[in-house]
Design a protein around this ligand. Sequence first.
Ligand SMILES: [Zn+2]
Length: 257
Amino acid sequence: MLIDSHCHLNRLDLTNHNGDLTAALAFAREQGVSHMLCVSVILEDLPEMMAIARAHENIYVSTGLHPTEATSQEPNVEKLTSLASDPLVIAIGETGLDYYRCEGDITWQQKRFRTHIQAAKAIDKPLIIHTREAREDTIRIMQEENAQDPKGVMHCFTETWEMAKQAMDLNFYISFSGIVTFKNAKELQDIAKKIPLDRMLIETDAPYLAPVPYRGKPNEPAYVRHVAEFIAQLRGISFEEVAEKTTENFERLFLKR
Ligand SMILES: [Zn+2]
């Protein structure tokens, strides 16, 4: 059993499945992917995401506004918590900081990040954090806002071992996407090798970032199997152990089991 802890089911490229999301989900189940967390990028996507989660089994949703998305309606804590009150919504995000894709004034990004942490605390649901080229500010804001209380995951992690440790000190999990399978991802592979298994999650971030051997092609939840297989090989442990541990971690963090 595998869980794709981060995908965007409403944005999949379904060419391989004749445009049929149900077929893509059936293929994922065939590959052993039992649960999926469909992550919000913009709040306008939520109705479609909720419809997908209601129509299929074991699909959960997060609610949040990605740090690089422009909006005319910046959400406040009340808005986020009311959107997250449905039991199918099990996380707040994705949120965080991205200085790579953002030029100029970044104070609004930081303010948005703080709002999401406050919402997660208020409703006691974990955070999904996106961070890119903003290591110090991300950790500082997590500390200042006491993000260890709702906890959460550093999704699609591509930063340093030092940052991974700082995030784990704040009760966070580290999630690896298909990037870990890329040839040039040596530093990330070292991190995936030494991180405690009880802090590891896996994800596709589909439709983006397909793992080897599908690199450059549209990604889908079924391919999380390749992430698990690669990490198992990297650590010299069985695929089953990676599958079992990352599933347990997901259930502990997001389903509070
Ligand atoms: Zn994502």
